[in-house]
Design a protein around this ligand. Structure first.
Ligand code: SAM
Length: 260
């Protein structure tokens, strides 16, 4: 049995989990080094210096284990930032509130590697222009965020079945509320698009991340019906030339499309 394929293997592949593990290793290695310095007559008394030692060890470990380069400054500054925040003596409820807000907004981004960031009206308009005007379509935004795309299409195309699926609770509830307030026909479900059957849709729209694209392509390719359309804003699929490329804004990111 390959342990890397099990649930623990999947968890370990999440960069945030590895980053945390390296911080823990750096914490204990740092204590060991501080004790060694002290025993040789060089005690380190500043918590900030100790935190930087931990950060340097964690960053070094992350670089050695080939984490993406932008993790290195995060690893270096994580422990010093904790020490500085502690010194500010802010009320603990502030941290709890912020933690809960970020948890509800980003939910399992640490696993999916797809955080929330919204597409804009020009992208929604470009997608709307790709829906055939004379035929009702089944459309879904996979990872619908706060629902901007689906609400736009829901208002524009009452003849179509417009849906959004979203993992994170806060954007999901916000899109339900927005649809209800606007009496919009777009429907939202909370869940993982990996559990959907793409065969039910004529157009699947994704605004995800580079990490999600190879898996998305495999799924779309095996499930979507012939003639249907997979759209991805900003992120293409390595090794698969798109059938269409549109720039919703001049000098902006590209909307890619593949006819199945
Ligand atoms: C970059 S945002 C795009 C939001 C929206 N589609 C838009 O265009 O404004 C990606 C969203 O996908 C959600 N997401 C990531 N992985 C998902 C998954 N496996 N199933 C459902 N939603 C997911 C994230 O929570 C995030 O809200």
């Amino acid at each position: 049995m390959n342990p890397a394929a099990g649930p623990l293997g999947r968890l370990w592949r999440a960069p945030a989990v590895r980053a945390l593990a390296y911080q823990c290793i750096a914490f204990f290695a740092g204590i060991f080094m501080l004790a060694a310095f002290a025993s040789r007559g060089f005690p380190v008394q500043s918590p900030l210096a100790a935190a930087f030692l931990q950060g340097a060890l964690a960053a070094g470990l992350s670089g050695w284990r080939r984490m993406a380069p932008w993790w290195l400054p995060i690893q270096l500054l994580f422990a010093p930032a904790l020490v500085v925040m502690q010194a500010l003596q802010l009320p603990p409820l502030l941290f709890l509130g912020l933690f809960l807000f970020l948890l509800l907004l980003y939910w399992s981004s640490f696993r999916t590697q797809v955080p929330y960031y919204p597409s804009t009206r020009p992208v929604w308009q470009a997608v709307a222009s790709l829906l055939p005007p004379d035929r009702p379509q089944h459309f879904i935004d996979i990872g619908s965020g706060f629902g901007g795309m689906a609400l736009h299409l829901g208002a524009l195309r009452p003849d179509c079945a417009i849906a959004g699926i979203e993992l994170a609770p806060l954007p999901y509830w916000a899109s339900r509320l927005r649809a209800w307030l606007q009496r919009n026909r777009a429907r939202f479900v909370r869940g993982d698009y990996l559990d959907l059957d793409f065969a039910s849709y004529d157009v699947v729209f994704a605004y995800l991340s580079p990490a999600a694209m190879p898996g998305l392509w495999e799924k779309a390719h095996s499930e979507m019906r012939s003639g249907t359309l997979l759209l991805s804003f900003e992120f293409t699929v390595p090794g698969h030339v798109p059938d269409l490329e549109i720039m919703p804004r001049r000098d902006g990111a590209v909307l890619y499309g593949w006819r199945m």
